[in-house]
Design a protein around this ligand. Structure first.
Ligand code: ARG
Length: 373
């Protein structure tokens, strides 16, 4: 008699997820039925024997693109099929990973003409030879808690402390780029200083006003999310940093505008000479518009790809039409899709979306370090 164990259940559910993915992959890439059937049998046998399976380079590439297509919070999904995939599943050391991350940054930055890309590191499994990148993004500013308040990025205070405990010391400016922290299996993490050559930044100016007088505002060119897990057909990739280009409001409304982030609205309002004595003067709204205008103007002037929220919303509508034509449902999280500036002036505001999980997908995972702040 065979007793069903939790390992069997794990194997069965992995087989189910693998089959589902392979079916979709075969459909979308126009695989020959015979080849698809053979591949399915091969994967099922590999799972039964080893408890896991290995994606072909084609499955990996298309699966990663599908994960972007299924990212419910992303308004930039029109370009899901135009992402470059770096297959670095053979990385064996922290140095290998660091090198791959530098290659990713150079490729994605491309002198300012940003290219969407993902670097896929070894899948999770039995051995302890998988990697985690401790950073939230490859480029991110440090935040220091001082007696007089926070200097730099408030969202990075906890992680900055972790870096300091690992021996890192920042210069103490409001825009110190954090080092890369790479962990191999259960070994202690290793710290790598980011070469300035790989971190393109954009100084912020406004076309008409001295908006930032008293604060040398800037932001980095490429957002590379590095703490999410990529899941394809039941296989998990805990380190798979990916990037697109920025939508202006991410920087202008949230990173620089949020009270709990760089909180620049009071400074911007003062430099614009706005009447801040009452909420009803709409000084925050006016400051937000000019701050966002400065971001778009500065990236444009620096030759760095960026999209405004109106254009991004129009592109998202094209994505929705494309998906409908392809016979696929578009899922989404409305609260994330609407831009944090003039949302009702975009089409997404006036629609509703089903926030359902579809695989392949990007998933949030627990930070590998203890949060102490
Ligand atoms: N919102 C994040 C930031 O401001 C970046 C998230 C990804 N954004 C993107 N355009 N791909 O840094």
């Amino acid at each position: 008699m065979h007793v069903t164990t939790s390992a069997d259940i794990g194997i069965q559910s992995l087989q189910t997820e693998a089959e589902l993915f392979l079916l979709r992959f075969a459909q979308e890439t126009g695989m020959e039925p015979a080849a698809a059937l053979a591949r399915r049998q091969e994967v099922l046998a590999e799972i039964a024997e080893t408890g896991a399976y290995t994606h072909t380079p084609e499955e990996l590439t298309h699966g990663a693109k599908m994960a972007w297509r299924n990212a419910n919070r992303c308004i930039g999904r029109l370009f899901w099929n135009r992402m470059h995939v770096f297959d670095v599943r053979k990385a064996a050391s922290e140095e290998d990973v660091f090198e791959a991350l530098l290659r990713h940054l150079a490729f994605a930055t491309n002198g300012g003409e940003i290219r969407p890309a993902i670097t896929i590191l070894p899948q999770a499994g039995e051995g302890a030879d998988t990697f985690r990148i401790w950073n939230h993004q490859l480029l991110r500013y440090a935040g220091y808690e001082k007696a007089t308040g926070i200097v730099g990025e408030p969202a990075s205070v906890g992680f900055t402390r972790v870096c300091e405990r690992l021996g890192w010391r920042g210069e103490g400016t409001p825009f110190d780029l954090l080092p890369l922290v790479i962990q191999h299996g259960r070994k202690p993490p290793r710290l790598f200083e980011l070469p300035r050559t790989h971190a393109l930044e954009v100084p912020l100016t406004h076309p008409e006003h001295d908006l930032f007088a008293g604060f040398p505002a800037k932001w980095y060119a490429v957002p590379v999310i590095s703490d999410m897990l990529l899941e394809i057909g039941g296989i998990r990739y805990p380190a798979a940093p990916f990037n697109g280009w920025y939508m202006g409001t991410e920087i202008g409304s949230r990173n620089l505008g949020d009270e709990a982030r760089y909180n620049l609205l009071p400074l911007v309002a003062a430099n614009l000479g706005l009447d801040t004595s009452s909420n009803a003067t709409l000084w925050k709204d006016r400051a937000l518009v000019e701050l966002n205008a400065a971001v778009l103007h500065s990236y444009r002037r620096a030759g760095v790809t960026i999209v405004d929220h109106h254009t991004a919303a129009q592109q998202f509508s094209v994505f929705e039409r494309n998906e409908e034509k392809a016979g696929r449902a578009v899922t989404g999280r409305w609260s994330w899709l609407i831009p944090p500036l003039s949302p009702s002036a975009t089409s997404v505001f006036h629609k509703s979306y089903e926030d359902r999980i579809v695989s392949p997908q990007f998933i949030h995972q627990h930070p590998p370090y203890a949060q102490t702040n």
